[in-house]
Ligand binder design. Structure first.
Ligand SMILES: CC(C)(COP(=O)(O)OP(=O)(O)OC[C@H]1O[C@@H](n2cnc3c(N)ncnc32)[C@H](O)[C@@H]1OP(=O)(O)O)[C@@H](O)C(=O)NCCC(=O)NCCS
Length: 187
């Protein structure tokens, strides 16, 4: 993996198969197509259903604010071999500006599930958060609906451990669901 600066604070990461790069307005259509799928959004906390262009534009503004104030690092995932540079997923790390504890969240568009992309992206973001960011993150957290076995696999494969449970909200369904909490501490 290598890092490249693409602007003031806009960072990209490369992995074996993926480029993790800042979200842009040109990612709106792919983001809407992926997140307007209830099979994706019902597993996420803050994504409404239906999911519209307006929602994606509002989220892009949040991402840009988070980059400026240091509260969020967010990447869209594109396949390194895609000349069209199309977003197939996203991953974000958010916390208090300048803080050392942050929560990670991610999604992959349904046609691309099962290829190991989430694991590859999360591993890259863990390395970046612990060893390359300033200030570096000391503790990453995540929470997963208790039926979301695929996401738990991804977290455990990247070293996260289960720490507890809680009830989580879901904007897409409006239904609160039991969730498992995970964390990974920097060694
Ligand atoms: C969860 C999600 C990100 C996984 O993305 P992905 O790129 O398909 O994940 P990966 O291919 O890297 O890994 C999935 C792992 O779960 C396993 N898995 C998939 N479906 C499973 C299931 N129903 N039960 C158990 N394990 C499952 C896969 O075998 C794989 O494990 P392995 O690498 O040990 O074989 C994707 O399904 C998604 O976007 N879901 C909707 C949004 C979401 O759940 N986000 C996370 C919220 S916490």
């Amino acid at each position: 993996m290598y890092l490249s600066a693409m602007g003031s604070e806009a960072i990209s990461l490369s992995t074996e198969r993926l480029l993790l790069r800042p979200m842009r307005a040109t990612d709106i259509d792919a983001t809407v197509a992926a997140l307007d799928d209830l099979e994706v959004s019902r597993r996420l906390a803050r994504v409404p259903h239906p999911y519209t262009e307006r929602d994606a534009r509002a989220f892009l503004a949040i991402v840009e604010r988070g980059r400026v104030d240091g509260a969020m690092e967010h990447f869209v995932l594109v396949r390194g071999d895609d000349p069209m540079d199309r977003a197939i997923g996203a991953i974000g790390v958010h916390g208090e500006p300048g803080g050392t504890v942050a929560e990670v969240g991610y999604w992959i568009a349904r046609p691309h599930w099962g290829n190991g992309y989430a694991r590859e992206a999360l591993a890259a973001v863990v390395r970046r958060s612990f060893f390359e960011r300033t200030p570096s993150i000391a503790l990453l957290t995540a929470h997963v609906h208790e039926t979301n076995r695929a996401s738990m696999h991804v977290l455990v494969a990247c070293g996260f451990v289960e720490t507890g449970s809680r009830i989580a909200s879901c904007a897409a369904t409006g239904v609160d669901v039991p969730a498992i909490e995970f964390e990974l501490r920097r060694a």
